[in-house]
Design a protein around this ligand. Structure first.
Ligand SMILES: Nc1nc2c(ncn2[C@@H]2O[C@H](COP(=O)(O)OP(=O)(O)OP(=O)(O)O)[C@@H](O)[C@H]2O)c(=O)[nH]1
Ligand SMILES: [Zn+2]
Length: 319
């Protein structure tokens, strides 16, 4: 690193720095909104001022853009991490809405991974199951979500077909007054939902993408939408639900981050039980189909996912 760059990166924010909220991001640059609603493209001054959507920042205007001098301390940061990189979705969240649907079939592995990442940051998670109009498929999907309801997650039914959109009012009630990141696999109706909640969202995304000069498909950027004029309710739309890496989590942290498993770790004979093979394990005793006596409130699938994640996170890095 050259001396000039080091000096610039270390330059203190001068008295003219202004407060702003990051409402869009693409690569290293982002869109910052001022308290009076003005929006400006900003660039980080250095690595430390690299911001994500939801960040509160201090910035300084340049000619017609701006420089982010400092990122305010974060309440939380929702991210995934694979072997090569970390992807930050957004910061300072009240909750995450995981949208799945009656079809396409959702992966419980992906759902569980996102839930674990949320738990690790102490962020509330809410599951919404869309396409309730597809009655038979919906019934099956709703059943698959029974373990998640049992372990305490709110699971809401929804249909976006037709003008009345059954379930939408209940979803809106959960969002009111909060900042929510919405995540979901492709084809579940995420764009439909965002457009329903934020009329004109699609057009807004187009403008933001254009402003950020991404030149790519509009859904490659993470976008912040205000749902109300009073700017108290916000929705953040982000791509990237697939391949949800949890490399930032230790295998031994997993039980505490999976509420159905956490509920029984106090019943194990050994204080350092891994809940994989130990005799007298309270967790194994509650796995569906495992040795009696059992209240079986841990589904066989969830226990399988626990074991697979444990193996995955125990493996040394392959590079
Ligand atoms: N039957 C039914 N179809 C729906 C419902 N909501 C959305 N769809 C349909 O599902 C398809 C996918 O909807 P999108 O909103 O494009 O889904 P998306 O999650 O944004 O998907 P990507 O654009 O691939 O990320 C579209 O054909 C919608 O019309 C619903 O409640 N019921
Ligand atoms: Zn155990």
């Amino acid at each position: 690193m050259g001396r000039g760059k080091a000096a610039a990166a270390g330059a203190p924010a001068s008295g003219t720095a202004r407060a702003g909220l990051v409402v869009g991001s693409h690569g290293r640059h982002c869109l910052v909104e001022t308290p009076d609603g003005e929006r400006r493209i900003c660039h980080p001054r250095g690595k430390k001022s690299q911001a994500v959507v939801g960040d509160r920042v201090q910035w300084q205007p340049t000619a017609d853009e701006g420089t982010i001098e400092r990122v305010d301390e974060r309440r939380n940061l929702f991210y995934r991490q694979d072997e090569i990189r970390t992807k930050s979705f957004a910061a300072n969240l009240d909750q995450i809405l995981l949208l799945v649907a009656a079809e396409p079939d959702f992966s419980e592995h992906q759902l569980t991974r996102a839930l674990i990442a949320a738990e690790a940051q102490h962020i509330r998670a809410l599951i919404v199951l869309n396409k309730s109009d597809l009655a038979e498929l919906f019934g099956r999907a709703w059943e698959r979500l029974a373990p998640y309801r049992r372990m305490g997650y709110a699971v809401l039914p929804l249909s976006l077909e037709g003008a009345d959109a059954p379930g939408l009012a209940a979803v809106e009630a959960e969002l009111a007054g909060r900042t929510t990141l919405i995540l979901g696999p492709s084809g579940v109706g995420k764009s439909t939902l965002v457009n329903r909640l934020v009329p004109g969202a699609l057009a807004q995304t187009g403008e933001i993408s254009q402003a950020l000069n991404s030149g790519r498909h509009t859904t490659t950027t993470t976008t912040w939408y205000w749902m109300d004029k009073a700017a108290g309710t916000a929705l953040i739309d982000s791509p990237g639900f697939q391949e949800f890496g949890l490399n930032h989590i230790e295998p031994t942290q997993l039980p505490a981050l999976m509420p159905d498993i956490a509920a029984h770790t106090g019943e194990c004979r050994f204080y350092n039980c891994t809940h994989r093979h130990e005799p007298g394990c309270g967790v194994i005793a509650h796995v569906e189909g495992a040795a009696p006596p059992s209240d079986a409130d841990i589904s066989a699938m969830r226990y399988r996912i626990y074991n697979e994640l444990f193996d995955e996170l125990s493996r040394p890095p392959s590079y």
